[in-house]
Design a protein around this ligand. Structure first.
Ligand SMILES: C[S@@+](CC[C@H](N)C(=O)[O-])C[C@H]1O[C@@H](n2cnc3c(N)ncnc32)[C@H](O)[C@@H]1O
Length: 391
């Protein structure tokens, strides 16, 4: 029988040929993780019949780089090194020798993507000591833009990044000022992921910078996204309730005795929030943890997926109809990763939890880069038409 591609976009099992197409869209992804932003750019490129070229992807976690390479085998360079090993100059300073090498091998870049870490990180090493906090990592994206001069820069982070400061100045303000001085139009927004068709309440801060040759204003891109159908949990994972498999992606998390009893309590009474007296003593009383030990609802989006999705003590992660927390497969679907995305080189449930919890839902870059590509080509057509008009 010929294979039929399911119409449900998360159930597609065959990876589209992202490196097919005519005109290339050439990207660099820093702090790339497993590649959520890249996948979004790939989807946008495919929807616009463009061929994705990945000049460079960097993440210092070898497992992340491995999953990335598995999913984007055509990437020219995937490095498990600190980003600072490629971009080591200060903002505004002359391009270093290292940066000259990075630029020479990357070539002309259309889109620079990056989601610098939003929690403090511990694995600092020699490369990272000079710029040694997460706020400085945010500004590495700006330095990379200064070196590579891409047409579009997209920096993703948590909304609270607006409170982060470095050397006495907010990092977002500093990034904006510097990118503006480089000649970019810059805009920022907090984007609701559930308005982009992701079955999850998740809000992310985006800084978007577009060079003059991009012919599009970043504010117009923010204005043109966000009208996708809102999706609920049943849409994302309704078909995965009783999958039996030894694959770490589908193996249900095993809860300890008290948590099993808590889940059974909610199922037996058809309730969604655990009463105070059944919570651990430290969570009782006047607490702000209502969603902890909570049960998810089929007809609503999930709460924000974090690396804690496999434990009901970490948030509202109990399955709507089973006495268990979410599987990695379910969490990946809720993040918006289609089944063709291959996490198989990530060997354990805990490594999977970190990678999937850290990931940026592909819909984010798919919407913004997709909007950029269609605006840019519309403005090219418009110019061509105007040029073609008789005098
Ligand atoms: C929020 S996650 C990025 C998610 C990714 N952008 C996506 O779309 O799925 C941040 C990533 O930055 C990586 N990271 C943190 N500090 C780094 C550094 N100094 N150099 C390279 N990678 C780093 C972490 O390993 C983690 O995978």
């Amino acid at each position: 029988m010929p294979s039929v591609t399911p119409s449900h976009r998360l159930r597609v099992r065959t990876r589209p040929p992202f490196d097919a197409g005519s005109e290339p869209l050439r990207i660099v992804d820093l702090f790339a993780g497993c590649g959520g932003l890249t996948l979004g750019a790939a989807q946008a490129a495919a929807a616009n019949e463009r061929k994705l070229e990945i000049a460079l992807a960097v993440d210092f976690e070898p497992l992340a780089a491995e999953v990335y390479s598995r999913n984007f085998p055509f990437a020219e360079q995937v490095e498990s090194e600190p980003v600072e090993a490629f971009f080591d100059g200060e903002l505004g300073a002359p391009i270093t020798l290292t940066e000259k090498r990075t630029k020479a091998s990357a070539g002309a870049i259309d889109v620079l993507l990056g989601g610098p870490p939003c929690q403090g990180h511990s694995n600092l090493n020699n490369h990272t000591r000079r710029v040694d906090d997460k706020n400085a990592l945010y500004l590495r994206m700006v330095r990379a833009a200064e070196v590579l001069r891409p047409t579009v820069v997209l920096i993703e982070n948590v909304p609270a990044v607006r409170n982060d400061r470095h050397d006495g100045e907010g990092v977002v303000a500093r990034a904006t000022r510097h990118l503006t001085n480089l000649g970019y139009e810059v805009a920022e927004a907090v984007v609701d992921l559930d308005a982009l068709g992701v079955a999850q309440s998740r809000r992310r801060h985006i800084l978007l910078a577009i060079a003059a040759e991009g012919r599009v204003l970043p504010t117009s891109l923010f204005e043109s996204i966000g009208s996708d159908t809102r999706r609920d949990l049943r849409w994302a994972i309704g078909d995965l309730v009783d999958i039996v498999s030894d694959d770490p992606m589908d193996r249900p998390p095993q809860a300890k005795g008290p948590n099993r009893e808590r889940m059974q309590y909610l199922l037996d009474r058809n309730e969604y929030d655990l009463p105070n007296e059944l919570r651990p003593a430290c969570h009782q009383g006047n607490h702000s943890y209502k969603s902890m030990y909570g049960r998810l609802k089929w007809d609503e989006p999930a709460q924000t997926i974090t690396s804690g999705f496999g434990s009901i003590g970490q948030g509202r992660y109990m399955h709507p109809e089973r006495a268990r927390a979410l599987t990695a497969h379910e969490a990946a679907r809720i993040q918006g990763f289609p089944d063709y995305f291959d996490f198989s080189s990530c060997p354990t449930r805990s490594a999977l939890a970190t990678m999937i919890g850290n990931a940026v839902p592909p819909a984010l870059a798919a919407s913004l880069i997709g909007a950029y590509l269609s605006h840019a080509s519309a403005s090219t057509e418009d110019r061509t038409e105007r040029v073609a008009l008789p005098a």
